[in-house]
Design a protein around this ligand. Structure first.
Ligand SMILES: *Cc1c(COP(=O)(O)O)cnc(C)c1O
Length: 508
């Protein structure tokens, strides 16, 4: 029996690099290999392949530079799913959901999701001749672009039929809209008409919104949970105002509700709130399945009250996949994974599961806000008790020699990702911090956060202004290094509401 291996003379004669490569391929060493000793390709693909395990490990390591998803309290987007959901999603990554003929079961799950979500939003379902419709999208942005396009086409058709000009459409919305609304308007050539926020109103003023409406208005946007403070806009008041407008001036203007964040919260925490298809003027709604719909990034939903609001000319019928099918999307191919994950979440939780989770995080957000206010340092800017999304938008109560941005930057060095930003246009003097409470934000995590916020403020209190400025500049520089690496991208755009008013697009 040979216990000792012999060292091959061949190997020893090779150059170091060759030997390393040989050692790698023979023994699957990742860190002893030439690949670990060199920088990974940034610009040009290499000629030679790399062993799978090495490629996996080195990319995995590279990604350690990202922030922690579970401490990222800046985003509404889901960062936790159950292992069973992940398993299903891994199993279905290879399916292209557009292939309805090949993957009818996946397509069917998508239709089931549309049905369940439409009913959750109280879509009228009793008239078989006029059914509600819906599609899965990549997120609310795609859903919003599709819904805006439908509103524009519907308006144009009505104007043409009446023999009136149909070239100057406009859309009425709050200046605190998410950036995708600016995109929708700009991409589709629609004038943006804004109702501006004030120092103490961050939601749309329904009266002003109605005043902005004219014969060229394709629709009014109501937001169920604004990006800045998570507040629900008064969509009932918009509905009633538009009813009155039609009675008085004959203008028939409808509402689209952006329920990206609130669509899966309000029905469970505040079911009596009328924001959805219960209101006759609401013709379409979008929701992000990947926000409080509790599915990983890449799924949204657009639902229309009836096919009357989805002009037939926008729906394409193709038969290249083996059978005729209707399509209303901006993309063609996409994985079935997210839709399947969404279906899992809907059947797994049921309504009472959703209710329990949404109520629990609402309570956590109220607890967190109470703790922050009890330090005497902060004021909460959004209402609690389920009157807004489960988040805490807050600002410093008094003027200090440091601001909310310094607090956010300091918290970042403790791994918490909490954005500081200035309020929407016309109220941009207000700075605020925002903590989004997602399903995986437990009470004990909230307690740890309060502890850290208090310590950060205590620390900042002891520092003089120059130290804080120097230190803050260093934090900004660290960010600039990244920006430099991305040279060629348009930093600090001056054409968007957010760019013009110094907002970051970082909050979503
Ligand atoms: C997040 C968000 C959007 C954009 O949604 P995506 O799903 O990220 O495309 C639009 N509107 C509001 C109110 C949002 O919160």
């Amino acid at each position: 029996m040979v216990l000792l291996g012999t060292v091959s003379a061949d190997n020893i004669k090779k150059t170091d690099a060759e030997a390393k490569k040989a050692i790698h391929f023979e023994n699957s060493l990742v860190y002893g290999s030439q690949f670990a000793a060199e920088d990974l390709p940034h610009f040009e693909m290499k000629e030679e392949p790399m062993p799978a395990e090495t490629a996996y490990q080195l990319v995995h390591d590279e990604l350690q530079g990202d922030g922690s998803t579970s401490l990222n309290l800046a985003t509404f987007v889901t960062t936790y799913m159950e292992p069973q959901a992940e398993k299903l999603m891994m199993e279905t990554l290879a399916k292209n959901i557009i292939d309805a003929e090949e993957y009818p079961a996946s397509q069917d799950l998508s239709n089931r999701c549309v049905n369940m979500i439409a009913r959750l939003f109280n879509a009228p379902v009793n008239n078989p001749d006029d059914e509600s419709l819906g599609v899965s999208t990549i997120g609310s942005s795609e859903a919003i672009i599709l819904a805006t396009l439908a509103m524009k086409r519907k308006w144009q058709a009505a104007r043409k039929a009446a023999g009136k000009p149909h070239y100057n459409p406009n859309i009425v919305m709050n200046s605190a809209v998410q950036v995708c609304w600016e995109k929708a308007a700009r991409y589709l050539d629609i004038e943006e008409k804004y109702v501006y926020c004030t120092k103490d109103r961050y939601v749309i003023d329904p009266k002003q919104a109605i005043e902005l409406c004219d014969e060229n208005t394709i629709g009014v946007v109501g937001i169920l949970g604004t990006t800045y403070t998570g507040e629900y806009e008064d969509i009932k008041a918009l509905n009633d105002g538009l009813e009155k407008l039609q009675a008085e001036k004959g203008l028939d203007i409808k509402i689209h509700v952006d329920a990206a964040s609130g669509g899966f919260v309000a029905p469970f925490v505040k079911p009596e709130l009328e924001w959805d298809f219960r209101l006759p003027r609401v013709v379409s709604i979008n929701a992000s399945g990947h926000k409080y719909g509790m599915t990983y990034a890449g799924v949204g939903w657009a639902i229309w009250r009836s096919k009357e609001y989805l002009p037939e000319e926008l729906v394409f019928h193709v038969n290249y996949l083996g059978a005729e099918q209707a399509s209303f999307t901006l993309n063609f191919s996409k994985s079935a994974t997210q839709v399947i994950g969404q279906y899992y979440v809907l059947i797994r939780n049921g309504k009472s599961g959703f209710r329990a989770i949404m109520q629990s995080i609402t309570e956590t957000s109220d607890w967190l806000a109470a703790q922050l206010e009890s330090t005497g340092r902060f004021v909460r800017m959004n209402q609690g008790g389920g009157e807004s999304l489960p988040l805490v938008a807050f600002r410093l109560k008094e003027k200090h020699h440091y601001d909310e941005f310094a607090i956010a930057a300091r918290l970042r060095s403790r791994n918490w990702i909490i954005p500081a930003y200035t309020m929407a246009p016309h109220a941009e003097d207000l700075k605020l911090l925002r903590v989004v409470c997602r399903m995986d934000f437990s009470r004990s995590k909230a307690a740890a956060l309060v502890r850290d916020i208090v310590q950060v403020c205590d620390f900042l209190d002891t520092q003089d202004q120059d130290t804080i400025s120097a230190w803050f500049k260093d934090h900004q520089n660290a960010k600039k290094t990244n920006a430099k690496a991305r040279k060629g991208t348009h930093m600090n755009d001056k054409h968007s509401l957010q760019g013009k008013h110094g907002k970051t697009h970082g909050i979503c």
